[in-house]
Ligand binder design. Sequence first.
Ligand SMILES: Nc1c(C(=O)O)ncn1[C@@H]1O[C@H](COP(=O)(O)O)[C@@H](O)[C@H]1O
Length: 131
Amino acid sequence: MSLISIISGSASDEQIVERTIRVLDEAGIDYDYQILSAHRNPDELDEYVKNSDSLVFICIAGLSAALPGVVASKTDKPVIGVPVSGTLGGIDALLSIVQMPRGVPVGCVGIDNGANAAHLAVKILAVAGKL
Ligand SMILES: Nc1c(C(=O)O)ncn1[C@@H]1O[C@H](COP(=O)(O)O)[C@@H](O)[C@H]1O
């Protein structure tokens, strides 16, 4: 069982995914990584989230970053969003991720800061007594 699921909206988010994975590897924590877009693969994303036994989701997405919010709508587990920079510098993804309606929270780290998403996920697992 992987404690953490990392989902990116596209293979083009690779650099930010690598920063995330590097921290988890250093901490010796298992993760599962999938490329699944809420926009492009809604059914596969739904199936993956519902069948995952991970305790924390890290969702990495640029542009109109629906991915973290959609994942949060499908699970009661904590979701951390990572906005990825693009033509608008990542402010588009940042605002998409933080502006969630009440009751469907997504934690959000800084633009391109996949490393902090991993550090935060590790802290969540630690206080939950899972490490
Ligand atoms: N934000 C989303 C979602 C989503 O939210 O479902 N799916 C893809 N994307 C983002 O689109 C950007 C460009 O993707 P492509 O390079 O594949 O066109 C990526 O940063 C991805 O995370």
